[in-house]
Design a protein around this ligand. Sequence first.
Ligand code: NAD
Ligand code: WQD
Length: 343
Amino acid sequence: MMVDKNYVLVTGGAGFIGSHTVVELIENGMVPVIVDDFRNSNTKMLEGIQKIVGSEVLFHNVDIGNKEGLSLIFGQYNFSGIIHFAADKAVGESVSLPLKYYKNNLGGLINCLECALEFSVDNFIFSSSCTVYGDPDGSTTVTEITPQKEPNSPYGATKQMGERILEDVVKSGAALKVLNLRYFNPIGAHESGNIGELPIGKPNNLLPYVTQTAAGVLEKLTVFGKDYDTPDGTCIRDYIHVVDLAKAHVSGLKWIGNQTGTTVEIVNVGTGKGTSVLEIIHTFEKVSGKQLNWEFGERREGDVEQIFADVTKAKHLIDWEAQKSMENAVIDAWNWEQNLRND
Ligand code: NAD
Ligand code: WQD
């Protein structure tokens, strides 16, 4: 077994958030070990990580649903911690294929947890989501104790259940320390342009839709709804630069590694600021110098009018706060999109 280095297991490490986190871990002296089966990513992401860090990354092409394969990896490294990103994430698809989501998102989590306990790896970070808040009553700013609503999709249910599973395992007395990070809306790309979001098929999220429209891959962006009760009538979200989000995992690992005894904590990861859909479009047009082809359309079913994070706990507990601006994020996403098209 390899024991000399600070190995961190990163499931889903070839994905959008995982790849940026791998870079930040390496830049902070840790040795990430990626486990990904490329179901929603590409070897291009590994090449991109390697270009940024200037060295090979440790990688295993394994489905985490394959418990035996996962156990072999746990047997090979003395992990100090686990960051568990691997999951399916398309909200709409989860409504039509619920079993795919329950099987991968919960089955994968359970396999990771069983291995963690078997191999005595006690630091665990789980990728949760602001989707667990549903449509919050009354307030648009949510804290970690804002009551959760019924999940509005099987995907959302897997994040609520994932957190519940982790809490129950900690309550059972297992030697485990858990940090549930509830991400808001991750956007952007690494400023080098070597890694970024790689939506397979038509993008589900706003910013890749914007950049693909500007790049001519898609014809037109539809803004879903113009009559919301917000200053410009469009929905408001808390968009966070993916590199800031990646850094939250480094801060989270440092914090959790210093805890003694079992623990389970939840932390919102956002900027604390709300941005409307029209503001995103205007920022894009300003930084790219391009005019975007867009039109207003109907509201999208299930959309929350406005939600953004209260980020006080992140600052106090794990000593992290977002640094990058919306402009940074849009420039980086656009740069990445252009690199993709040039390839
Ligand atoms: P992503 O699809 O880019 O990355 C997930 C990675 O996991 C992919 O590389 C995929 O190939 C891999 N994967 C999935 N199932 C696997 C399996 N069974 N075995 C091995 N590899 C597997 O997604 P992302 O945006 O980087 O999201 C990462 C995590 O963050 C997910 O858990 C997601 O639910 C959560 N999250 C994402 C967002 C968002 O908007 N991107 C917001 C909140 C939470
Ligand atoms: C953002 C805004 C749309 C596309 C999703 C998941 C959530 C979490 C984050 C994983 C909304 C508007 C979008 C378009 C538009 N992911 N929009 N035209 O819906 O906040 O959250 O990602 O955990 O679970 O649901 O993000 O990027 O889809 O939408 O007008 O073509 O952009 O209405 O206001 P959302 P999004």
